[in-house]
Design a protein around this ligand. Structure first.
Ligand SMILES: C[S@@+](CC[C@H](N)C(=O)[O-])C[C@H]1O[C@@H](n2cnc3c(N)ncnc32)[C@H](O)[C@@H]1O
Length: 280
């Protein structure tokens, strides 16, 4: 923990108010969450967001709250395992993926796709729905697996039920589809992914930091996790991803994420900005 900078907020030394480490040492010791791979800025944002929602005003007070209140421990773990996602997140990326899927399925072979991490399943379901929606893509050739470290997110993914809320508009997320009702059953604000789409996706628990890649794939999506991971661990994840994408396959990372320099000779950008790369 010593590498992390102290962030006292009541006095200069942080001696009375504590620092981010004051909280992280409890998280590591008592809550079985390893903050090691995540970058400081990310951890501090998540912890500070929780502190603001409580009576605590300093890291030290917040640690006291964690020690006394198991519900707050759960709330902090939820906040750390951030799993914000959308169907067709960054629609411009999906315009490129539409062409990639059409090209891959035009060849007479199974196209293996890995959505890692998949959070509550909206990313791998987007692949499956897109394939069923677009006649240029042969959905029968797709073999899709979605993985995540978070068991609750995976349970939600398997259920395949999503709600429009004040902050989430599911119909709007599904706008890239020509016929939404062919893929989901709507009941007011509730949307249930239809069985033929659900049957195209298998969900499994997998830790991208501690486990080997699942296998070999023609298309790997690893979006919006790397932004939370610190430098050395990012390299480890990229090593695994590079090994998982077959030659002539494709890798997609998040729009705010960057392909490390050493991978740029073997991965060519398909379209600048979309962060879809061809493994040459
Ligand atoms: C922001 S979501 C990204 C979901 C989707 N790829 C997207 O772009 O919308 C990040 C996900 O990473 C998962 N995650 C965090 N650490 C992980 C790890 N070590 N291995 C696998 N998944 C992890 C979280 O549980 C969360 O569901």
């Amino acid at each position: 923990m010593s590498g992390r900078g102290a962030r006292g907020d009541a006095d200069e030394s942080g001696a009375t108010s504590g620092s981010l480490d004051t909280v992280l040492s409890f998280v590591t010791g008592e809550m079985a969450f390893d903050p090691g791979p995540y970058n400081d800025a990310y951890l501090d944002r998540r912890v500070t967001a929780r502190i603001r929602r409580t009576e605590a005003e300093t890291y030290r007070e917040y640690r006291g709250l964690l020690e006394a209140d198991e519900a707050e421990q759960t709330a902090l773990l939820d906040a750390l395992n951030i799993n914000v996602t959308r169907f067709f997140r960054n629609p411009d990326v999906w315009t490129v993926l539409r062409d990639v899927l059409a090209e891959l399925t035009a060849n007479n072979r199974t196209v293996r796709c890995w959505s890692a991490p998949c959070a509550d399943g909206r990313e791998p379901y987007s692949l499956a729905m897109l394939a069923r929606d677009d006649p240029a893509i042969d959905a029968n050739r797709l073999d899709i697996v979605g993985t995540d470290i978070d068991g609750e997110a995976l349970a939600a993914a398997r259920r395949g039920e999503y709600e429009t809320t004040r902050t989430t508009d599911i119909a709007e997320e599904l706008a890239p589809l020509s016929d939404l009702d062919a893929h989901v059953d709507r009941d007011g604000d509730s949307f249930a992914v239809r069985r033929p789409v659900r049957e195209m996706v298998e969900f499994r628990r997998h830790d991208l930091l501690r486990e080997d890649p699942l296998g070999e794939f023609e298309l790997v999506l690893c979006r919006n996790l790397l932004i939370y991971i610190d430098g050395d661990h990012t390299r480890d994840i990229f090593d695994g991803l590079a090994a998982a994408v077959v030659p002539d396959g494709y890798l997609t990372i998040g729009k705010s994420e960057t392909l490390p320099r050493e991978f740029r000779t073997s991965f060519d950008a398909v379209e600048r900005g979309a962060h879809v790369y061809h493994h040459c």
